[in-house]
Every structure is written in structure tokens, then in C-alpha cells.
Design a protein around this ligand. Structure first.
Ligand code: HEM
Length: 231
């Protein structure tokens, strides 16, 4: 089928899954901002999602999107390497207009996936998974965490540790580079290469990505600063 066999079909799959993941990030970041204003309100949202059937279905759909996006990224990267053959080592000067991020999308993607692994262990495993298997001690074993619905407690626990703060900052930076190029590239693939719109979608990509990353960073900085004040 066209979506699997042709290069443009694969790019369309990458773009659609990528844009859906950006939508998730917008939702996730907005939800996290609540944790700055009220820990109780944030925990109410966590309890509403929790391991309820709709949240589990949404998590599975999200995982499917991420897996398809990653598999297609690997296929497209291998295809590009093959197409460039031996010449790929000869290019030392970056072609004009090709940003650093666009040449390093795969490496940035690997950092994003590694960070995601750590993040899912820190949060998803201790919340949704703990609830699914009925073992709340996965969460309560941690200092200051009341249970699998205590998202704010988990954020406090995680971001009071400087190592996690540094790892998350590196992760968010990689995500910024990955998304600024990825978002633009997806809109470009789906919307064609209208000359007037290209610079505009570049600006839209940078603005949306920066808002997403700043939103996540705000929670991190707020909880880290709070941990310093309490100490
Ligand atoms: C400081 C930043 C972040 C905080 C405080 C945070 C917090 C959380 C929390 C509390 C959960 C568990 C929600 C629940 O199970 O009810 C969660 C899950 C998750 N987070 Fe984050 N997150 C952050 C950044 C990110 C980023 C940057 C990404 C993606 C690149 C991400 C992807 C996910 C995913 C995929 C899940 C699992 C969602 C699901 O189970 O459906 N998070 N996060």
C-alpha cells in the first residue's frame, strides 16, 4: 500500500503521528501547569485519569502512535543512508538552509526516547501501572508520596533531586530541537511547499514548541525551587 511502500507515504505517516504526539504534549503540558497552582486540583485530575478504562485506552493509543512514529523514523533514516551511499561521509559543509536539528533528527529522537523511558518509569509506572496491578506500595515507598494518584507528590519527589532536574533539562532541550524541526517538517509534508507559507510555518513551529517546552520547564523549576526553600 502507498502509505507503507512509497517514500512520501512513509513521510505522511511520520507527519500525522508526529502531529498527534505534539497535540498530546500540548494537553500534557497544560495539565501539568495545574500542579503549579494547586497540588490538590492536579491530583484530582490524576485520579480522574488514573487506571480508568478511558485513560488506559488513551495510553494504549498513545503508545501505538509513538511506536509507529519510531519504526517509521528508523525506516526513513535507513532509506536516506542507503540513498546517499558512500557520499554521506564526503559532505562536511552543511547545505544552506538545512538546520542543525534537521541533520540530527534521529540522534535527537534517540535522546527523546531514552528520556521518555526514564520518564515513564518515574511517573507512568508509579501511577497507572501501580494502580493496574493493585500494588500501591510502588508509589507509597517513596518519601512524601501518598499513592498512585498523588501526581503532585511524585513531581515534588522527582524534582527535588538535582540529578533528575539536570536529566530532564537535557531531555527538554533535545525535545525542543526535535520538535522545532519535526513540527515544521510535518506541516511542510502535509501542506506542500507553498513559498509564502514556509517561513510562516517555521515561525509557528518555533512558537508552539517553545510554549510547550517552557510549560514543562516551569513545573520543573517551580518544584525544584520549592524543594530548595523547604530544605
Ligand atoms: C516536567 C515535565 C513533566 C512532568 C511533570 C510530567 C508528569 C507526568 C505525570 C504525572 C504522568 C502520569 C500521569 C498519569 O498516569 O495519570 C506522566 C505521564 C506521561 N508523560 Fe509526562 N511529564 C512531563 C513531561 C513529559 C514530556 C516532555 C513527555 C514527552 C516527551 C511526557 C510524556 C508522558 C507520557 C507518554 C506519559 C504516559 C501517559 C499515559 O499513561 O497515557 N511527559 N507525565
Amino acid at each position: 500500500m502507498w502509505l507503507f511502500n512509497s517514500s512520501i507515504g512513509r513521510k505522511v505517516v511520520m507527519s500525522v503521528t508526529g502531529l498527534a504526539l505534539v497535540l498530546f504534549l500540548l494537553f500534557h503540558m497544560s495539565m501539568n501547569l495545574v500542579a503549579i497552582f494547586s497540588a490538590d486540583a492536579y491530583n484530582m485530575i490524576c485520579a480522574f485519569l488514573g487506571a480508568n478504562w478511558y485513560a488506559v485506552v488513551a495510553s494504549m493509543l498513545l503508545a501505538l502512535l509513538a511506536v509507529v512514529h519510531i519504526i517509521y523514523a528508523i525506516i526513513l533514516t535507513l532509506q536516506n543512508l542507503r540513498a546517499r551511499g558512500k557520499d554521506r561521509y564526503a559532505i562536511r559543509v552543511r547545505p544552506k538552509g538545512v538546520s542543525w536539528a534537521s541533520k540530527n533528527m534521529f540522534v535527537l529522537g534517540v535522546i527523546v526516547v531514552l528520556g521518555l523511558g526514564l520518564h515513564l518509569f518515574n511517573f507512568w509506572y508509579r501511577m497507572q501501572f501501580a494502580e493496574l496491578v493493585g500494588d500501591h506500595s510502588i508509589a507509597t515507598a517513596l518519601e512524601g508520596v501518598a499513592g498512585p494518584h498523588d501526581g503532585a507528590g511524585l513531581i515534588r519527589y522527582t524534582f527535588s533531586q538535582p540529578l533528575f532536574v539536570v536529566l530532564y533539562v537535557v531531555w527538554l532541550l533535545a525535545l525542543w530541537f526535535h520538535l522545532t524541526h519535526g513540527f515544521w517538517s510535518a506541516l511542510h509534508t502535509l501542506g506542500g511547499s507553498n513559498k509564502k507559507w514556509l517561513p510562516r510555518i517555521q515561525v509557528i513551529s518555533i512558537v508552539v514548541t517553545t510554549l510547550i517546552i517552557l510549560g514543562f520547564a516551569a513545573v520543573l523549576v517551580y518544584y525544584y525551587a520549592q524543594s530548595l526553600l523547604v530544605a
